[in-house]
Design a protein around this ligand. Structure first.
Ligand code: HEM
Length: 187
């Protein structure tokens, strides 16, 4: 019973991790491209979206980790857990944990490398917009296009995060399928 509840929560968290990523990619970020010449407005909007999206992703990741470990110790048969390497389960589970670690690393890079660079450039563009005499117009133009390129790179990088999340989802589905996961290896 507890196992079933845990799996229900685990799958809900998986949906909450992936659904918003697809919407961000397909609709939300493209919608922000409409705002072209008001960096202050664009920044304010993307800040709310990023903070709330990040909250959903963070809660989902922690929930997946907690329920996933709980499942490992409760719903996985004792015989499989005693020698996971003898079953397909062991291979899939190790791969899933490897991909989960890679996912955390990719998210870290996305936040701290790309996120910080975009914030810094955005600050500079806003400052230039507010005081148009402080910088020459070609300098402001250059800053704007640098910011644009940084945003494009960040958007491109997020494809890897979505791809990794989907691979983990599919590995999870296979883990939950006894006819595959409990198959004994080497027979
Ligand atoms: C450290 C993190 C994680 C651990 C330890 C973990 C562990 C597990 C385990 C042990 C199962 C098998 C449950 C069973 O016996 O049926 C499972 C199933 C599953 N996992 Fe995870 N998982 C983790 C992260 C994730 C993530 C990030 C996703 C999605 C992106 C995910 C999606 C799924 C799905 C869809 C299932 C199938 C549930 C079913 O149909 O029974 N898991 N997970």
């Amino acid at each position: 019973m507890m196992g079933a509840i845990s799996i229900a929560i685990h799958v809900t968290a998986a949906a909450t991790l992936i659904g918003p990523q697809i919407l961000m990619f397909f609709a939300v970020i493209p919608a922000t491209w409409i705002i072209e010449d008001d960096e202050k407005l664009k920044r304010a909007i993307t800040r709310v979206i990023a903070a709330r999206f990040g909250m959903l992703a963070g809660i989902s990741l922690v929930t997946l980790l907690v329920t996933g470990l709980f499942q490992y110790y409760t719903t996985v048969p004792e015989s499989v857990r005693a020698a996971p390497e003898d079953y397909l389960f062991g291979t899939i589970f190790s791969l899933k944990m490897l991909m989960f670690t890679i996912l955390l690393i990719l998210i870290y890079i996305h936040m701290f490398r790309y996120g910080r660079r975009i914030s810094a450039l955005s600050d500079q563009v806003i400052a230039a917009e507010e005081d148009p005499f402080s910088k020459r117009s070609d300098e402001v133009k250059e800053l704007r296009s640098e910011l644009e390129r940084a945003r494009q790179k960040s958007f491109g990088f997020s494809i890897f995060i979505l791809g990794t999340s989907l691979i983990i989802l599919w590995l999870g589905v296979v883990l939950g399928e006894p006819t595959v996961a409990w198959t004994k290896l080497g027979l």
